[in-house]
Design a binder for this molecule. Structure first.
Ligand SMILES: C[S@@+](CC[C@H](N)C(=O)[O-])C[C@H]1O[C@@H](n2cnc3c(N)ncnc32)[C@H](O)[C@@H]1O
Length: 210
């Protein structure tokens, strides 16, 4: 009986600490670890397949900036198992869940390095593909960082949020409840100028996918 109560107290304390940690890191990073939904993840995979068709060599190195619980990282690493994946996540609880999921799924994916660090401190110059699901403030900072560091051949795939001041090269709209947009940009070296920082020029190639 006493052991049962101790176990319940330990579980409850761990849950409270985990919940507090999620709240604190939501404030620190500016966004909660909201996962990519089950309807959007396959469309994002389709977007990556469109950028790297089977006839083309896959990206050598891919980065996921803010991988959360791994909801996008795991499907993408199995889609591109020959790519070297690097993922960043600051929030400890989702980070450890992702590490656990990667450990369980070992063998189904290629090499993945997941770090509990701020991706703004990472060097993006090695990336052939950058995937993210962030928020407008982070996209503004990221846009400047990509302009300094990204290779001209790098593809940037962003779930929901645009890179301000840039026109996407491709745009896919998911057929989900929110008509979630996925924006694809080629390269980050030349920062396009626009009077309106939330510039929303039409993509040169856009489609809706269910
Ligand atoms: C909306 S969630 C997306 C999670 C995952 N990419 C997905 O699509 O399922 C954004 C994640 O980015 C993380 N994040 C935000 N800014 C970060 C930063 N500067 N460094 C590392 N992680 C960050 C947050 O902790 C959060 O888990």
């Amino acid at each position: 009986m006493v052991y049962g109560q101790i176990a319940a107290a330990v579980v409850l304390t761990a849950l409270v600490i985990a919940a507090l940690s999620l709240v604190i890191y939501t404030f620190l990073t500016g966004i909660s670890p909201m996962p990519t939904g089950p309807k959007v993840a396959p469309v994002l995979k389709q977007a990556v397949t469109m950028l790297y068709p089977a006839t083309e060599p896959p990206p050598r190195t891919a980065f996921e900036l803010g991988c959360g619980w791994g909801s996008l990282l795991l499907p993408l690493t199995s889609l591109l198992p020959h790519t070297e994946w690097h993922a960043w996540e600051r929030s400890p609880v989702p980070y450890w869940v992702t590490r656990l999921r990667l450990a369980i799924g070992r063998g189904k994916t290629g090499p993945v390095r997941c770090q509990r660090e701020d991706f703004f401190k990472a060097d993006l110059s090695e990336a052939d593909l950058v995937v993210c699901y962030l928020y407008p403030g982070a996209m503004t900072r990221l846009s400047q960082k990509l302009a300094r560091e990204a290779k001209p051949t790098c593809w940037i795939v962003s779930h929901t949020f645009r890179l301000p001041g840039r026109t996407p090269d491709r745009e896919i709209t998911c057929n989900d409840l929110y008509h979630t947009p996925i924006y694809c940009y080629r390269g980050g070296g030349i920062h396009q100028q626009s009077d309106d920082p939330s510039h929303s020029g039409a993509a040169s190639h856009s489609q809706t996918v269910s």
